[in-house]
Design a protein around this ligand. Structure first.
Ligand SMILES: *[C@@H]1O[C@H](CO)[C@@H](O)[C@H](O)[C@H]1NC(C)=O
Ligand SMILES: *[C@@H]1O[C@H](CO)[C@@H](O)[C@H](O)[C@H]1NC(C)=O
Ligand SMILES: *[C@@H]1O[C@H](CO)[C@@H](O)[C@H](O)[C@H]1NC(C)=O
Ligand SMILES: *[C@@H]1O[C@H](CO)[C@@H](O)[C@H](O)[C@H]1NC(C)=O
Ligand SMILES: *[C@@H]1O[C@H](CO)[C@@H](O)[C@H](O)[C@H]1NC(C)=O
Ligand SMILES: *[C@@H]1O[C@H](CO)[C@@H](O)[C@H](O)[C@H]1NC(C)=O
Ligand SMILES: *[C@@H]1O[C@H](CO)[C@@H](O)[C@H](O)[C@H]1NC(C)=O
Ligand SMILES: *[C@@H]1O[C@H](CO)[C@@H](O)[C@H](O)[C@H]1NC(C)=O
Length: 392
């Protein structure tokens, strides 16, 4: 409890001193959650925008093969639109990303929460069957506080109180975005809890490395990462506890391959759920915490390449299978909107994260329970460059 007091006091103090320093921006707390923060690297090789609401990334501009800036991150033009975003455009997802079977878990963990000391959290998917991205009000829908900022970096913090959405223990989180020379976008997430609680966070970014300029599909997007297994899921994408080898399946990206061309190959396998075509899966990286990129992707059309280095052991990819629903989402002006829309299979969510629903699958052998004696630490570096034909 001493720890909890210290952390919340620190958070309150830093937030207060920030608010004092920037008094004129902070007359209205609700409004300030939508204050657009623009960062740029010192060499102007990358520029990005954020809002405190959800600690959300709104835009990422990098140089293409012609030396022109392109916005390669999906989003909305109107910042307040993020309050009603079932697609999770660009925020931090937490306290526990992805799905929790039946919205239940135990501490210590047990298979499908059959053990003692159960917790039940808000079930916000499939009419109350399971939890997705931390419940009805996830970290993506919370007004984070600006702790620190300059032209190249911003840190947002969030105090999540014991019992909110059903999770045990207070959690204080801080996410830092930094833009560095040579088109580097760095993210780190730190969190500490007052009591034992599951924590799994990620940055939920939807990418299109062409900024919708050349095509409306992913055929020109080439993806490579070393992974020999993905996590088996049921018809509503809840992990069963098994791993499936990728060999000989459309899930194999060990060699560079067009992900757009892989989408139709998934038909009938239902890897992304009952009746679904495309990708919405969690792969286990073959190596952890490598200093080399764990994930690479480039567009042969725009020439933009992204290499991700991370300390996370798994990767979620969603190929925007159903992004165009009954009410289509206008594209941002920077991506050809508002009279054009985000089409199905035209973008990729790439999340560096831990193994999904490991708290209901002890056989995974992953410890996702954090507390006063175990801080949470998530790191990812997204390095952008120009893909030169043949060197990819
Ligand atoms: C703060 O701003 C929001 C959004 O613009 C507005 O709805 C609300 O009424 C404002 N609150 C105050 C106290 O002015
Ligand atoms: C939220 O967005 C949906 C469209 O995606 C719209 O139908 C609904 O009216 C919006 N709700 C609010 C409260 O703005
Ligand atoms: C789902 O959770 C509820 C409430 O905690 C519990 O009563 C029920 O047994 C659980 N169902 C399954 C299938 O685990
Ligand atoms: C931030 O950028 C602005 C405008 O480009 C400039 O005036 C200011 O000196 C910069 N501040 C720092 C700390 O680099
Ligand atoms: C990577 O980390 C996971 C989870 O922490 C572990 O199960 C796995 O054995 C590790 N893989 C390697 C190659 O060390
Ligand atoms: C990951 O590597 C960094 C340095 O490369 C090291 O400090 C850290 O302890 C490693 N983390 C894990 C979980 O192995
Ligand atoms: C991926 O595999 C290749 C070929 O075996 C190897 O050179 C590279 O270091 C691996 N990358 C990582 C991040 O493990
Ligand atoms: C996009 O996918 C959703 C979900 O499968 C589907 O309902 C919708 O009809 C699709 N839209 C188009 C334009 O194909």
């Amino acid at each position: 409890m001493k720890l909890r007091f210290n952390l919340s006091a620190l958070l309150a103090f830093t937030a207060l001193s920030y608010a004092r320093k920037h008094h004129h921006h902070h007359h209205n707390e609700t409004e300030s959650a939508f204050e657009v923060i623009t960062l740029e690297a010192v060499d102007a090789s990358i520029q990005a925008q954020f809002i405190p609401f959800g600690a959300t990334a709104l835009a990422v501009n990098v140089l293409d093969k012609d030396g022109e800036y392109r916005d390669i991150l999906l989003g909305y033009d109107e910042p307040t639109r993020y309050t009603n975003d079932s697609n999770y455009f660009g925020p931090i997802v937490g306290r526990y990303a992805n799905r929790i079977r039946n919205g239940t878990f135990t501490i210590p963990i047990s298979k499908n929460a059959e053990g003692p000391n159960p917790f039940e959290v808000v079930k916000n998917e499939h009419d109350g069957v399971n939890t997705l991205h931390g419940g009805e009000v996830g970290y993506n829908e919370r007004p984070w506080t600006i702790l620190n900022r300059d032209n190249h970096t911003v840190t947002f913090a969030l105090f999540d109180s014991d019992g909110f959405q059903g999770f045990p223990g207070d959690v204080v989180s801080a996410v830092t975005y930094t833009l560095e020379e040579n088109s580097v976008f760095k993210m780190s997430i730190r969190a500490i809890a007052s009591n034992s609680t599951p924590i799994m966070m990620s940055g939920h970014h939807l990418w299109n490395l062409e900024g919708y300029k050349e095509t409306q599909d992913l055929d020109g997007h080439i993806v490579q990462f070393n992974s020999s297994h993905f996590i088996a899921t049921d018809g509503i994408l809840i992990p069963t506890g098994e791993l499936i080898p990728v060999e000989g399946t459309p899930m194999d990206f060990n060699e560079p391959r067009s992900i757009g061309e892989g989408i139709p190959e998934t038909e009938g396998s239902e890897v992304c759920g009952t009746g679904c075509i495309g990708y919405d899966n969690c792969w286990v990286y073959d190596e952890n915490n490598s200093t080399e990129p764990a994930f690479s992707m480039w567009s042969i059309n725009s020439g933009i390449r992204m290499d991700v280095t991370t300390n996370q052991p798994a990767l979620q990819i969603y190929s925007c299978n159903g992004i165009k629903g009954d009410i289509p989402i206008p594209r941002k002006a920077s991506q050809g909107g508002p009279d054009t829309f985000y089409e199905n299979f035209s973008c990729l969510v790439i999340e560096q994260q831990s193994w999904i629903d490991a708290i209901n699958n002890p056989e995974f052998g992953i410890d996702q329970i954090y507390g006063p004696d175990r801080a949470y630490n998530w790191e990812a570096t997204y390095a952008f460059s120009i893909f030169e034909d043949g060197s990819g």
